[in-house]
Design a protein around this ligand. Structure first.
Ligand code: MN
Length: 132
């Protein structure tokens, strides 16, 4: 058993290489000691979003606040809101973020691969792709 105190796990900003706009990340599960489970609570300011990316073992997001958008490569931009759950298949190229004029928060759940990676990052989502 290992207790991580809130005060020892600071909120971190989403790195500009991987996100557009203001994003705040709180770890919810960190892999280790035989566990591949990883999870985070992510807050997106209006207009903020991830870059295009894939997850080696897929990912589930559960929207916990607000209204957002997501898209898989080749599919339509899809609105999501509080209570909606989205599964992205392993290797499926996609992005997720807030609506243009509403914040959005989600719980993201995924697994790391043998190399400890949970995400493979690509290019930023352009304004045209986002549809702002
Ligand atoms: Mn994702």
């Amino acid at each position: 058993m290992d207790v991580t105190r809130a005060g020892d796990a600071p909120t971190t900003p989403g790195p500009a290489d991987w996100f557009t706009g203001d994003v705040l990340i709180d770890a919810a599960a960190v892999p280790g000691e035989g566990s591949r489970a990883a999870a985070a609570i992510v807050h997106f300011a209006p207009g903020a979003r991830t870059a295009w990316h894939t997850h080696p073992h897929g990912q589930t997001i559960l929207v916990t606040e607000g209204i957002g958008r997501c898209q898989r490569r080749g599919g339509p931009v899809t609105e999501i809101q509080t209570g909606d759950r989205v599964f992205f298949a392993p290797g499926e190229d996609h992005w997720h973020g807030a609506a243009p004029d509403r914040r959005m928060a989600h719980l993201a759940v995924h697994q790391v691969d043998d190399a400890g990676q949970a995400v493979v990052w690509g290019a930023h989502v352009s304004d045209d792709e986002y549809g702002a």
